[in-house]
Design a protein around this ligand. Structure first.
Ligand code: X8Z
Ligand code: ZN
Length: 609
């Protein structure tokens, strides 16, 4: 979550001074036609005030996420309530300007204002309080989540530890225990989630949207139904690549675990893929590595054997950005961020990047582990921070990325430049593997990026249907698994019932963070990388191309990021890539040599699930 860049707006109290102050609004008669000047004054005043409320909310939320107690939860819920109440009130007040011919910026900001909450509440104060309390309590419960495989007196296992085991163990019983344990944390969220869906849907309807899913889909400078079609178009483009990878991984897992556990032509049990949600599979690389094409190094081992610590991991990330010409992170970043999991209290470990005051107070919150996955995640988070800083000169309602996929893609696009050549340049590895190592490199990255695609898609396929009412609460878990089978081709490793609430075991569901952004990001980051390499004049295949130390690439990024959300996203995309459409050919071309190899491997295998 790139928190607090786009949410909230002035409190109700602040509305009053606006209408009573000496602004153009006051000068026009109460019942007369509103004017464009009045609309602009309304927006200006709202923006000034909302900045104040967002900051208050982000401070409260920071403390809640890094020190979960009943008190910090209550403070955070209250701050969220204030932002929500004010935003809803403002969005409704703005309806008086409907149909009026307005200057571009005023009109765009009014639209963004209306879309600025991911969790809108009804205008009823009691319901607002209820919704924000539920929302904060769900996120806290996720952060506090633990399970006790040896009974309540035994050792507690949290998500960090369970994930570590899922990444490294090859014992199916151990893997199953971790999977089952973590999924025992979420059933207690089910009832509150049902109510959250109900209340936020009601909020979305009051703002004029058919339901919350339609509201989320309206945030892409096109009609919501056009956006759904766009997502489907992109999925169809990448599906053959995913299916080829899936078939090969399935065959490798049959070899490892036997056909009794992994059906040769069917779905892969979700606990065997090295990740709690089977969303990225890089951790099982050794099981599926091509017999030829060894890249000759393992970044996790390199980092651990060199005894790189958490801060140094972040410094590597910062140095990449400064090499592109960006300023170093502010001193307060280093003193205020949370880099490691505190031993003495509960926190929300899920990584996030924050711009507390929408200016210079940038932070990340992570429970960093010394491995290749977190090395990438650090670049991901710093991408958010550098984006936030680049648009901090924009007016508050424009302080956001072109669309939410852009925010997610920025740091990942930079991390695509973490090539063997780069690692050698910064002294992490001694020699660069020759081209014969490429297949291994591509496989490792595909396990993270290509494997992620259907997961990136399906979470909101589920939520959109929950919000539209097509999925009823009594079918929450059943439909969740139908989608996981359909898109990912993975299956539940244990019998599931409607007592379970497996969507709640994934952070973004209890935290109400829209998820299609990550699907878009996976497409966009390869487009960004292709364009940056072109700008930098780097020759050779894109998986070997790094824009490290290239100021021209940095300038291009800065230009796009500084636009914030002031223009429709195709213009921002064009500024960086010269292209106006999201286009999966970049990721497809990148992995083309791997796809060719996979197709050969899969010749006598069933592809599909
Ligand atoms: O949530 C994140 C980031 C923070 S915005 C760590 N990601 C998604 C996830 O973990 O599920 C990055 C990749 C997908
Ligand atoms: Zn992110």
């Amino acid at each position: 979550m790139q928190s607090f860049i786009s949410y909230g707006i002035v409190s109700l109290l602040c509305v009053v001074p606006f209408f009573t102050s000496d602004t153009p609004a006051r000068k026009s008669k109460a019942n007369s036609q509103p004017t464009a000047a009045e609309a602009k004054a309304f927006v200006d005043s709202a923006e000034a005030k909302l900045l104040e409320l967002w900051t208050k909310w982000s401070r409260a939320s920071w403390v809640q996420s890094t020190y979960i107690t009943d008190d910090t939860e209550a403070l955070s819920a209250d701050a969220q309530r204030e932002v929500t109440a004010a935003t809803v009130a403002f969005a409704k007040a703005a309806a008086r300007f409907d149909g009026l011919k307005l200057p571009y910026d005023t009109e765009r900001k009014l639209k963004l204002l209306k879309l600025s909450l991911s969790l809108p509440a009804p205008s009823n104060a009691k319901e607002q309080t209820e919704l924000t309390q539920i929302s904060v309590s769900l996120e806290s419960d996720y952060g506090k989540g633990k399970f006790y495989p040896d009974g309540p007196q035994g050792k507690a296992i949290d998500l960090t530890e369970a994930s570590r085991t899922l990444a490294t163990s090859r014992n199916p019983d151990t893997l199953l225990m971790m999977w089952k344990g973590w999924h025992s944390v979420s059933p207690q969220m089910r009832e509150r989630y049902t109510r959250l869906a109900e209340l936020s849907n009601k909020g979305a309807k009051e703002l004029g949207f058919p339901d919350l899913g339609a509201m989320w889909r309206s945030n892409y400078d096109m009609k919501p139904e056009e956006f759904s079609a766009e997502v489907e178009r992109l999925w169809q483009q990448v599906k053959p690549l995913y299916e080829a990878l899936h078939a090969h991984v399935r065959a490798a897992l049959v070899k490892q675990y036997g056909e009794k556990l992994v059906p040769k032509d069917g779905k892969i049990p979700a606990h065997l893929l090295g990740n709690m949600w089977a969303q990225s599979w890089g951790n099982i690389y050794p099981l599926v590595a091509p017999p030829t094409g060894d890249p000759g190094y393992d970044l996790t081992q390199v980092l651990q054997s060199k005894k790189v610590n958490e801060i140094e991991m972040v410094k590597f990330g910062e140095r990449f950005f400064t090499s592109l010409g960006f300023d170093p992170l502010p001193e307060t970043f280093w003193t205020r961020s949370m880099f490691t999991k505190p031993a003495d209290r509960d926190v929300v470990c899920h990584a996030s990047a924050w711009s507390i005051d929408s200016k210079h107070d940038l932070r990340i919150k992570m429970c960093i582990e010394i491995n290749d996955e977190d090395f990438s995640t650090i670049h991901h988070e710093l991408g958010h921070n550098y984006y936030q800083r680049a648009y901090n000169q924009q007016p508050p309602l424009y302080m956001n990325s072109a669309n939410d996929g852009f925010h997610e893609a920025l740091g990942d696009a930079v991390a695509l430049s973490v090539t063997p050549e780069y690692l050698q340049q910064i002294g992490l590895i001694n020699s660069v593997p020759d081209a014969s190592g490429d297949l291994g490199l591509l496989m490792k990255l595909a396990l993270d990026k290509v494997a992620f695609l259907p997961f990136g898609l399906l979470i909101d396929q589920w939520r959109w249907k929950v919000f539209s009412g097509e999925i009823k609460p009594e079918d929450y878990n059943k439909t969740w698994w139908e989608l996981r089978e359909k898109y990912q081709g993975v299956s539940a490793p244990l019998l599931r019932t409607e007592k379970d609430f497996d969507p709640g075991a994934k952070y973004h569901v209890p935290a109400s963070v829209p998820y299609t952004r990550y699907f878009l990001s996976t497409i966009l980051q390869f487009q960004f990388h292709r364009a940056l390499c072109k700008e930098a004049g780097v020759k050779g295949p894109l998986h070997r191309a790094s824009v490290y130390d290239n100021k021209k690439a940095g300038e291009k990024l800065q230009k796009m990021m500084a636009m914030g959300v002031s223009r429709p996203w195709p213009e921002a995309l064009e500024a960086l890539t010269g292209e106006k459409q999201m286009d999966a050919t970049a990721i497809i071309d990148y992995f083309a040599p791997l796809k060719k190899w996979l197709d050969e491997q899969n010749k006598n295998r069933k592809v599909g699930y």
